[in-house]
Design a protein around this ligand. Structure first.
Ligand code: FES
Length: 78
């Protein structure tokens, strides 16, 4: 399914980019910008961003690595 009509990015492209980034660096924080970059694009109109984000959130590999969670809370002591 086409997610970004400006750049022709599909849901499969997004999931493939996330899988590639996670395999390349298990500790990386994956953002929409990084996904665009991995696919060789930059966002244009931004109209796809809600669907782009929803598609990213469907991917189990998107999660922040466990050792990077709650860092702010750990550093502030709250
Ligand atoms: S639809 Fe994705 S940048 Fe325009």
């Amino acid at each position: 399914m086409i997610i970004c009509s400006c750049k022709g990015i599909t849901d499969r492209d997004i999931h493939a980019a996330i899988a590639w980034m996670r395999a390349a660096d298990p500790a990386t924080i994956i953002t929409p910008g990084k996904v665009y970059h991995a696919l060789g694009h930059r966002p244009d109109c931004g109209g796809c961003m809600p669907l782009f984000l929803a598609t990213m959130r469907e991917n189990a590999q998107l999660e922040v690595p466990i050792h990077l969670r709650n860092l702010k809370r750990a550093n502030t002591g709250s």
